[in-house]
Design a protein around this ligand. Structure first.
Ligand SMILES: Cc1cc2nc3c(=O)[nH]c(=O)nc-3n(C[C@H](O)[C@H](O)[C@H](O)COP(=O)(O)O)c2cc1C
Ligand SMILES: CC(C)CC(=O)C(=O)O
Length: 373
């Protein structure tokens, strides 16, 4: 067999998430692949999100009974099959005609939680009706506060179990591929009949026009009581990267914190999420669960995040790659790959349950350098 045959076969039958990325690239129009795959400006943080995981080593323990591995955990009291959830990402119909319905069904099949994006291409009602996955609803607070309130109310009526407030997007990051491609995106389905989103961007990106036309850049900590006053659902805050903001989040009474830099699509040169996870975990001191997203591509990444204190991680692009390549089945395959990799990582590290993964199972770059002194 020639090398060409080998590489074709490899891409046709992906064995890891990064191979799904290549399948997605082939399946999608360039404009949409760039939208899904890209980050802000120099994409420094985009690279760092993945590379920072590579700087952490795992310290395995040997001769433990790992004949049965239990990957399950709980998030806000809901049992899930593994410490991995689906991050909110917009516009799944750009990847597959079934859109978020396919993603939700895959989440349900894999017994995990899907966070539905505020800017989805299926309505939150359609997603609620299509499967019995536990679902959270991600919220951007709009200049039209009444419309955000309406979305929260609809999420609550339709059985979403938490509101994930995205707090890192007062304006949209500068995503240069979208500007160059003059990306055109559909109107978010949840806003149909509520708000016209036909905004025009000077710079060419339809995503930028949409987000900057709708999101309220004045929304701040003092406004969280308003959000709490309109819902009984627990609120998770997404976009925390410092201990200062973690403490503020506790003060305003959130039910959980998601350490996130929005998949490096907002502020370039913000830190890789895995590099600040521990700072946030220490500040929170176990008062609420801490989650992480950004750059998780391997079971070993999940293991490292859990060892550094995350209750679970969320994956964004991997799900989109699976969806673009193979629809609902592709999303399932991606989730199952991560699950299998995590299971093997735990077995080889001597951990038979998620609780057994501890801080002493990993060594950061900083610690590696200190140990050489
Ligand atoms: C194409 C795309 C769309 C996204 N849309 C949203 C969104 O609508 N709301 C949101 O809070 N985060 C959004 N995010 C950020 C994700 O929730 C998540 O933080 C990020 O994708 C995690 O990094 P990863 O893609 O490396 O896993 C989006 C990310 C991508 C890649
Ligand atoms: C701006 C939104 C429409 C989607 C989003 O959050 C993203 O693309 O990162």
């Amino acid at each position: 067999m020639t090398d060409v045959h080998v590489s074709r076969k490899m891409v046709a039958e992906p064995v890891n998430v990064n191979e799904f990325r290549e399948l997605a690239r082939r399946a999608l129009p360039k404009m949409y692949y760039d939208f899904y795959n890209g980050g802000a400006e120099d994409q420094y943080t985009l690279k760092e999100n993945e590379e920072a995981f590579a700087k952490i080593v795992i310290l395995p323990r040997i001769l433990r009974d790992v004949s049965g591995i239990n990957l399950s955990t709980t998030v806000l009291g809901y049992n899930i099959s593994m410490p991995v959830m689906i991050a909110p990402t917009s516009m799944h119909k750009l990847a597959n005609p079934a859109g978020e319905i396919a993603t939700a069904r895959a989440a349900s099949a894999c017994k995990t939680i899907m966070v539905l994006s505020n800017s989805s291409t299926c309505t939150l009602e359609e997603v609620a009706a299509c499967c019995n996955a536990v679902r959270f609803f991600q919220l951007y607070v709009y200049k039209r506060r009444d419309i955000s309130a309406k979305l929260v109310q609809r999420a609550e009526i339709n059985g979403y179990k938490a509101i994930v407030l995205t707090a890192d997007s007062p304006r949209i990051g500068r995503r240069e591929a979208d500007i160059k491609n003059k990306i055109v995106v559909p109107q978010p389905k949840n806003l149909e009949g509520l708000l016209s989103t036909k905004f025009v961007s000077d710079r060419g990106s339809g995503v930028e026009a949409l987000a900057n036309g709708t999101n309220d850049p004045s929304f701040c900590w003092e406004d969280i009581p308003w959000l709490k006053s309109i819902t009984n659902l627990p609120i998770l805050i997404k976009g925390v990267l410092t201990h200062e903001d973690a403490i503020k989040a506790l003060e305003v009474g959130v039910a959980g914190i998601i350490v996130s830099n929005h998949g490096a699509r907002q502020l370039d040169y913000s830190p890789a999420t895995i590099s600040v996870l521990e700072e946030v975990v220490h500040a929170v001191g176990g008062k609420v669960p801490v989650f992480l997203d950004g750059g998780v591509r391997r079971g070993t990444d999940i293991f490292k995040a859990v060892a550094l204190g995350a209750q679970a991680v969320l994956v964004g692009r991997p799900v989109l790659y699976g969806l673009a390549a193979k629809g609902e089945y592709g999303v399932r395959q991606v989730l199952e790959m991560l699950m299998d990799e995590l299971e093997l990582t735990m077995a080889l590290s001597g951990c038979s349950s998620v609780k057994e993964i501890t801080r002493s199972h990993v060594r950061t770059k900083h610690e590696q350098l200190l140990s050489m002194l």
